[in-house]
Design a protein around this ligand. Structure first.
Ligand code: I3P
Length: 126
């Protein structure tokens, strides 16, 4: 059974730590609050974990759900004007959620930007 379950899980394309700030929820602006997040990218969504660098472990905690971002129809763009930090880009979902992601490490943030952009470009727009 455990093997069957594993096959149904989407393939993880990329995972790692970035700084994250959610700045809008359903179109409603939120107060910016940066925090470190463990991010898991699959072909059509991103998951933000705050409690563990091992999502499998976090999943075992009853009631724990990572924040989930549907990439279908989402937009991604560099947004230097939205922060005093360097290397900031924004993901905007169809549902009006806005997330800023940041890392001081240039190659790391570039890798993430291109991985997410590629995932979005492969998906249907709605
Ligand atoms: C915010 C906090 C953020 C900062 C933001 C401030 O203050 O300092 O780190 O964003 O700037 O408003 P507070 O903690 O009092 O909410 P950056 O680090 O991205 O610059 P902003 O208002 O210009 O977005």
């Amino acid at each position: 059974l455990s093997e069957n379950v594993k096959v149904l899980e989407p393939v993880v394309e990329k995972e790692g730590y970035l700084l994250k700030a959610k700045i809008a929820d359903g179109g409603k602006k939120l107060r910016k609050n940066w925090s470190t997040s463990w991010i898991v990218l699959t072909s059509r969504k991103m998951e933000f974990y705050k409690e563990s660098k091992q999502p499998a472990l976090a999943n075992l905690k009853p009631g724990y759900k990572p924040e989930c971002v549907d990439l279908c129809g989402a937009h991604i763009e560099w947004t230097p004007e939205k922060s005093s930090r360097k290397n900031v880009f924004q993901i905007t979902t169809v549902s009006g959620n806005e997330f800023l992601l940041q890392s001081d490490i240039d190659f790391l943030i570039l890798d993430w930007f291109h991985a997410i952009k590629n995932a979005i470009d492969r998906l249907p727009k709605e």
